[in-house]
Design a binder for this molecule. Structure first.
Ligand SMILES: [Mn+2]
Length: 324
């Protein structure tokens, strides 16, 4: 049985670790637990290990306390308990893996269905929207303050795409409702961490939307950004985030394709769909992967070669659903 309270109560030194390249749920869960333990157990020594998160999360309390791999001073430290958060397997802990290996007690709290159950005590809830949602259920509510609430809220926002993905449940909204009662500025968190873009990110998105092309009778849309254009705006692949989602939101479109040129004639192709086209199947036939509604792969050739290659599969999926 996973008895969080007893395991924490029995430990003096507690380490917390999140996954490499930490996302909003990982940062929110790690700082949420860190702040909670400091509030509920002021006598304990708590250390949080994580790769440097993006600065957009620096409004969360404890951000400056994060021990990044560069800041580690005692790699031999043996913790009484080590808690891994939002990590599907041990190697995703990155530099912090060594602490979990030698800790006296180990715990893993996660919502990835693929979780390998690597810790001695594992709480894996694939039905939960986020690790933050699971974690909140473990907290004694009298210790949850506005700072902890902000952390949990941030994680939920990010892993549900602001309550939009199918992992969002009644429970998710109930928790969000309890969190906002703590009186923090929840709409700014959504703006600054989720929707806000830099000027050039907006410019490149504008360019991609302007040059997009409808095909298959308006059921599909595609757009592409070549290397020369990326260099002109001085953007990387990470700056293209959100473009394909915006393309998918075109009225009448069931499937959107966005690609950018990683190297000459090598494109990173992203696919999004509604319920009609299974884009994971298309992506996997080209060595990529993803989910039914969101997937991607790499392909070499010209933009038109790539569209020609995949449009047959999209067309047959659309016919199955009588869209064509
Ligand atoms: Mn997560």
């Amino acid at each position: 049985m996973f008895d969080f309270g007893t395991m924490i109560a029995g430990a003096h030194s507690i380490g917390i670790g999140g996954h490499t390249n930490p996302d909003g749920d990982c940062v929110g869960a790690c700082l949420g637990l860190y702040n909670y333990l400091l509030a509920a157990y002021p006598d304990k020594e708590v250390t949080l290990f994580m790769e440097q998160p993006r600065r957009i999360f620096d409004y969360l309390k404890g951000f400056e306390d994060i021990v990044t791999p560069e800041k580690e001073t005692n790699p031999e430290m043996v913790f009484d308990a080590f808690v891994a958060l939002d990590c599907g397997d041990m190697s995703r802990l990155g530099s912090a893996e060594k602490y979990l290996e030698i800790a006296r007690e180990t715990m893993c709290i996660d919502h990835h269905i693929s979780n390998t159950g690597f810790a001695r005590h594992a709480l894996i809830e694939p039905g939960a929207s986020s690790t933050c949602e699971i974690l909140y259920g473990l907290f004694q509510k009298e210790y949850v303050d506005a700072e902890i609430a902000k952390c949990i809220y941030t994680g939920i926002i990010h892993d549900t795409g602001v309550f939009q993905y199918s992992n969002t449940s009644k429970r998710t909204f109930e928790i969000a409702g309890e969190l906002v009662e703590h009186g923090f500025d929840f709409s700014s968190i959504i703006d600054f961490t989720f929707y806000e873009k830099t000027y050039v990110q907006n410019q490149i998105m504008g360019r991609a939307l302007l040059e997009s092309i409808l095909f298959l009778d308006g059921n599909c849309v595609f757009s592409a950004i070549d290397k020369r254009t990326m260099d002109f705006y001085n953007v990387t692949g990470a700056d293209m985030e959100g473009i394909v989602n915006q393309l998918r939101l075109t009225r009448g479109v069931h499937c959107a394709i966005f690609m950018y040129e990683k190297k000459p004639m090598l494109f990173k192709v992203s696919l999004r769909s509604d319920d009609t086209v299974d884009v994971a199947r298309i992506a996997s036939s080209y060595g990529g992967g993803g989910h039914k509604r969101a997937a991607g792969f790499n392909m070499s050739g010209t933009v038109h070669d790539i569209i020609n290659n995949i449009s047959g599969q999209i067309e047959s999926e659309l016919k199955k659903h009588e869209c064509l």
